[in-house]
Design a protein around this ligand. Structure first.
Ligand code: NDP
Ligand code: 8X3
Length: 257
């Protein structure tokens, strides 16, 4: 067993998959998770040439499945140096009155409750590792800056930001670090999921923007996890150079009575 074992939620695409590749290259043992079994097992088989990999086919919203999968982790993966809470999604970008409540439920259940389950269930293993252990959460710029259609997605990421900061208070003395990575526009299947598989909207989202790529995020996460053990990166916000903030929007239809 190496002393560097990492648990990644949502490793079947995008940031999670890129993180798995990045850390495997450096010999970290991996627990990779996701719902799409075929992709998960293909990644496990590919990375097994580099390191020890354990694949868990898991829906992070399923608390009892999470409890039993984590309770029965093989002994060699039982002590964790890192947890990347990455599984997450946005569904739609329509104005709130037109949204489906099921989509809101799904974002809350995945981005908030799923992250809480993995964090709470894995905390004892991170604390057992102690100094140098890290939890890295995937927040978003949407957690800090609202935009039309960000409503529940942005609110889930605001939760992740505040939870990350609060958790640090409770972990003081344990040596376990907590970081919230807050990316802006990144090219991944995220936007296909958000727009229900609409390739034209996906293409329009990234056209000419030189968006951040998943490998860029993996490099950032790798840097965060490899800081000296006495340093905690609290929050790290990153955007492509092409992206900045919009101005405030003002409705000018009001007329004095
Ligand atoms: P992807 O859609 O490429 O990847 C999302 C991953 O999450 C997949 O591996 C997916 O696996 C997993 N996932 C989703 N729902 C569940 C679930 N219920 N149970 C288990 N796994 C799940 O998106 P990204 O890589 O871009 O996004 C990763 C994280 O980064 C998300 O939290 C996202 O909110 C955040 N983020 C993304 C940005 C972007 O612009 N792309 C910017 C800022 C933050 P599977 O479907 O197999 O279960
Ligand atoms: C994803 C980034 O700008 O689409 O978290 O909300 S954004």
């Amino acid at each position: 067993m190496t002393s560097n074992t990492l648990f990644i939620t949502g490793a079947t695409s995008g940031f999670g998959e890129a993180c798995a590749r990045r850390f495997a290259r450096d010999g970290w043992s991996l627990v990779i998770t996701g719902r799409r079994a075929e992709r998960l097992h293909a990644l496990r088989d590919e990375l097994a040439a580099l390191t020890e990999v354990h694949a868990l086919e898991l829906d992070v919203r399923d608390r009892s499945a999470m409890e039993s999968a984590i309770a029965s982790l093989p002994e060699s993966f039982s002590r964790l140096r890192g947890l990347i809470n990455n599984a997450g999604l946005a569904l739609g970008a329509d104005p709130a009155p037109q949204c489906a409540l099921d989509d809101w439920d799904c974002m809350v259940d995945t981005n908030i409750k799923g992250l809480l389950y993995s964090t709470r269930l894995l905390l004892p293993r991170l604390i057992a590792h102690g100094r140098g252990a890290s939890i890295v959460n995937l927040g978003s710029i949407a957690g800090s800056y609202p935009y039309p259609g960000s409503h529940v997605y942005g609110a889930t990421k605001a939760f992740v930001e505040q939870f990350s900061l609060s958790l640090r208070c409770d972990l003081v003395g344990s040596g376990v670090r907590v970081s919230n990575i807050e990316p802006g526009l990144c090219e991944s299947e995220f936007s296909l999921v958000r727009f229900g598989g609409d390739q034209a909207r996906y293409d329009a989202t990234y056209a000419g923007a030189e968006a951040i790529q998943s490998a860029d995020i993996a490099e950032t996460v790798f840097w965060v996890l490899n800081q000296p053990a006495h340093i905690n990166i609290n929050r790290l916000e990153l955007m492509p150079v092409s992206q900045t903030w919009a101005g405030f929007s003002i409705d000018r239809s009001a007329r004095p009575a």
